[in-house]
Design a protein around this ligand. Structure first.
Ligand SMILES: NC(=O)c1ccc[n+]([C@@H]2O[C@H](COP(=O)([O-])OP(=O)(O)OC[C@H]3O[C@@H](n4cnc5c(N)ncnc54)[C@H](O)[C@@H]3O)[C@@H](O)[C@H]2O)c1
Length: 249
């Protein structure tokens, strides 16, 4: 926000999709606050982004499910960049467990990170975003729309994000636009400790678009929504067409 520079806060920016989003925003000239629980990876990402782009980056350690962390992260980002134009709620965890074995702790951990984290960041960043006439982009999932077995907590958290996004769009407009993206299969293995996992020809071919998605596919959509002045309350599905494909055996 200092001068012409816009500022963004990206949760879960140390790995995977969040890392690609942070990098793409920095390339576009944003000052980026990379927020994550993983301080070692987050510091590294912020350093790389800060060196290699037109933008600038800092790392802020926070657990998105802890309100005091969220308040401190928003304050630190706004102080560093002189305001906040964009909030990307991306941090998330998965949990695949049969219903009978899904504990209340499992449920609350997934809902706490994936859904409560979006609520807390949106609430505490709202004033700064309103002042900047900014935007929020939330990362949901096609699992908000369809399911495999044993994914209740994750699916519920992502369905909650889609609903929370349109509620926020109505409450925070016209100053703040709020949208979400719903990625399908995005291969983030290259950014994980074990390195790139090879994908088969079938993995790619089953998608109407002919390939599995990349973190950059989601980053491009987030950058679009950050600037799409007449789009709010939308859920942009980025899944290579998988949720449009009928599968009958
Ligand atoms: N990869 C996919 O195929 C896919 C598909 C649909 C949706 N998504 C969603 O995209 C988002 C990013 O997923 P990813 O595949 O890049 O995952 P990832 O595990 O590679 O990265 C998630 C990041 O979030 C951070 N994080 C987790 N819990 C946190 C917390 N409580 N506080 C702060 N940071 C926390 C992790 O440290 C990590 O850096 C998630 O919300 C996920 O549900 C991913």
């Amino acid at each position: 926000m200092t001068g012409d520079r816009k500022a963004a806060l990206v949760t879960g920016g140390a790995h995977g999709i969040g890392r690609a989003v942070a990098g793409r925003l920095a390339e576009a000239g944003y000052g980026v606050a990379v927020v994550d629980m993983d301080a070692e990876a987050g510091e590294k990402v912020a350093g790389e982004i800060g060196r290699g782009s037109r933008g600038d980056a800092i790392f802020i350690r926070a657990d998105v499910a802890i309100e005091a962390d969220v308040v401190a992260a928003v304050e630190a980002a706004a102080r560093r960049f002189g305001g906040l134009n964009l909030l990307v709620n991306n941090a998330g965890v998965n949990c695949r467990r049969p219903l009978a074995e899904l504990s209340l702790d499992d449920w609350q951990r997934v809902i706490g990170t994936n859904l409560t984290g979006v609520f807390l960041f949106s609430k505490h960043a709202a004033a700064a975003l309103k002042a900047a006439r900014g935007a929020i982009v939330n990362v949901a999932s096609t699992r908000a729309l369809m399911s495999e077995a044993d994914t209740e907590a994750y699916a519920a958290s992502k369905g909650g994000i889609v609903a929370l996004s349109h509620a926020l769009a109505v409450s925070l407009g016209p100053e703040v636009r709020v949208n979400c993206v719903s990625p399908g299969w995005i291969d983030v293995s290259a950014t994980r400790p074990g390195g790139q996992i090879p994908l088969s020809a079938e993995d790619h071919a089953q998608h109407p678009a002919g390939r599995v998605g990349s973190p950059e596919d989601v980053a491009d959509a987030v950058l679009y929504l950050a600037g799409a002045g007449f789009v709010t309350g939308a859920n942009l599905v980025i899944d290579g067409g998988m949720t449009r494909k009928m599968i009958y055996v």
